[in-house]
Design a protein around this ligand. Structure first.
Ligand code: ZN
Length: 282
């Protein structure tokens, strides 16, 4: 049978799946990311061979951290120092003889949530809250891009924040007041001295307040119908965390209608399922 291949290439793990034409995952493999490019590429090719088996590959899609040139498929994921200017699209198309499409992981996750979550709204914002933070914005199902294809970085907006330990707010990009520095897994560790899963209810409230201010800014600018939030920190905080953030957003939004806000429906597979949707080229 014909299968679609999806890849989620992250700084700690690489996931590869084969799916049928409806996006149902048939087989999957997962391995730790190494510090060696050659080993990672060999692992990727091996995982593709394993999940494909005797089937025929009709398309491939992949999610990876930025920055990247999405049209030429040349990637330099920030958190994988061994990967610099890797022509992944050319390498994979030569090796496997089918189209290979790749984009920033948060864009791919947005595509997955939209396609497999059955959404049909015009303006859709997807946010990932994990080690770092990012987002993907779709207009009529298509990825919104900035000048020269630049990926908008919603995590690096400045917000009006609350923090009991303001001197610990420091974004990895160098700015002192980014949303990502307040609500991402790494930011939470710096501020509270522990991982998100150990936060007290009061500390979760503070993180939710800051996320809510970020949602308010994003809504004021983009006016989306739906905002879906995924990633380990969001899933760990759960419905209550998302509801608190939504309440803060609504309290501070005076002129723009509030979007529907909820957790990702695809859990930890959003980017992988998005990669499968990219393989379909829709
Ligand atoms: Zn920043």
């Amino acid at each position: 049978m014909a299968v679609l291949i999806g890849l989620d290439i992250g700084g700690t793990k690489i996931m590869v799946a084969a799916a049928d034409g409806k996006g149902n995952i048939l087989r999957r493999e997962r391995r730790a990311t190494s510090t060696n490019l050659g080993r990672d590429l060999a692992n990727i090719n091996n995982m593709i061979a394993v999940v494909t088996g005797e089937d025929e590959i009709i398309g491939m899609g992949a999610a990876i951290g930025g920055p990247l040139d999405w049209e030429r498929g040349i990637v330099s994921p920030l958190h994988q120092p061994a990967w610099r200017n890797v022509p992944l699209k050319a390498l994979m198309e030569k090796k496997w003889g089918c189209a290979f499409r790749i984009d920033v992981d948060t864009n791919v996750a947005a595509v997955g949530e939209y396609r497999w979550g059955g959404l049909s709204v015009s303006r859709f914002l997807y946010i990932t809250l994990s080690t770092g933070m990012g987002g993907g914005f779709l207009v009529d199902g298509k990825i919104y891009r900035g000048q020269n294809g630049a990926h908008p970085e919603v995590g690096h907006e400045s917000i009006h924040f609350r923090c009991a330990n303001p001197s610990a707010v420091q974004c990895e990009c160098g700015a002192p007041d980014c949303l990502e520095a307040l609500v991402s897994g790494n930011g939470i560790r710096r501020i509270y001295g522990k991982p998100a899963e150990e936060l007290s209810p009061e500390e979760w409230e503070e993180v939710a307040y800051n996320l809510g201010q970020g949602l308010r800014n994003m809504t004021a600018l983009y006016a989306p119908e739906i905002i879906a939030i995924g990633g380990g920190v969001a899933v760990g905080g759960g419905e209550r965390f998302i509801e608190s953030a939504q309440n803060v957003m609504e309290e501070h939004l005076k002129l723009v209608p509030a979007p529907r806000v909820g957790l990702s429906q695809l859990g930890y597979d959003t980017a992988l399922r998005g990669a499968i949707a990219m393989a379909l080229n829709v």
